[in-house]
Design a protein around this ligand. Structure first.
Ligand code: DHB
Ligand code: FE
Length: 281
């Protein structure tokens, strides 16, 4: 039976999956000392208080905020909301001292332990997978230029409709996700399709505030990657496509000039090359 748009990817279903993944995969910094918790919590609250004073926030607006916060939780949208509006600054601080490749946000849709492949791989995809065929290849090196043989390139991206496997119904579990081990010279070649621009779910609480503020909900098309090698720091990053209308106004503020690909036409698709440079551990 053909899927309706509603069945395809509701905010509540996407949000519930993202919340569940977070709870399974991430450990919390529960050992943060009380002085630091106090300082951070106080400063965030003071920023809220200052905003209320400066803009003379009313009870009606305060209650709208309460209702909205409750709804973000009910929709399971905290991972989505935080990764769109906050994570990019955490990433900026975390990776400020790196010499190697630039990182950017992980976002809410990473799933560990994707199928493993050797250095030339075709990502799992449906027999009739829509989209422009794309070959993505490159080399993983250390900052001194030494090739990192056996480096791991963990890649995930959305399909031609902007949906991620395991976060939208009706997509095979590992579609467009894989862990590719580079060869002895650090080289890898990945056959996949070009991802589409992605609109964060618009029917939940995050969409509601975006609409209420008259913002847009788009992220430019992107590949997600985690690249790692023994003795080196893992980098979490994304790669982007020139000409995407949302490279300039990514809702998640995660685009960097260094992360722009240079696609070349090749056969019936495109060829993209990108090398990664990993900092020492
Ligand atoms: C979101 C989705 C993404 O694909 C991404 O890279 C970042 C954030 C989101 O829906 O929150
Ligand atoms: Fe994404």
């Amino acid at each position: 039976m053909a899927q309706t748009v509603e069945e395809k990817a509701t905010a509540a279903a996407t949000g519930a999956s993202a919340t569940e993944r977070f709870q399974v995969d991430k450990t919390h910094a529960s050992d943060t000392p009380p002085e630091r918790v106090s300082m951070l919590a106080r400063q965030v609250l003071e920023a809220v208080h200052a905003t209320i004073r400066e803009h003379q926030v009313t009870y009606a607006e305060y209650d709208a905020l309460k209702a909205w916060l409750i709804q973000v939780g009910a929709d399971g949208e905290w991972p989505l909301f935080l990764d769109v509006f906050v994570e990019h600054v955490v990433e900026e601080v975390a990776n400020a001292d790196r010499e190697g490749s630039k990182g950017t946000i992980e976002g809410p849709f990473y799933v560990p332990d994707a199928p493993a492949f050797s250095a030339e791989a075709t990502l799992p995809m449906r027999p009739d997978e829509k989209g422009t065929p794309m070959t993505f290849h490159g080399q993983v090196r250390a900052v001194d230029g030494t090739p990192l043989g056996g480096a791991l390139v963990d890649i995930w991206h959305c399909d031609d409709d902007g949906f991620y496997a395991q976060f939208a119904p009706g997509i095979p579990q590992w579609n467009l996700r894989g862990r590719v081990t580079a060869d002895e010279n650090g080289n890898f070649t990945i056959h996949t399709i070009q991802p589409a621009p992605y609109q964060i779910p618009t029917d939940g609480a995050t969409g509601a505030i975006i609409r209420a503020a008259n913002w847009h909900a788009w992220r430019p098309a992107h590949l997600h990657l985690k690249v790692s090698a023994d003795g080196h720091q893992l980098i979490t990053t994304q790669l982007y496509f020139p000409g995407d209308p949302h490279n300039e106004d990514d809702i998640a503020a995660a685009v960097k000039a260094e992360l722009m690909l240079d696609p070349r036409p090749s056969g019936d698709g495109v060829d993209v090359e990108y090398d990664f440079v990993l900092d020492p551990a």
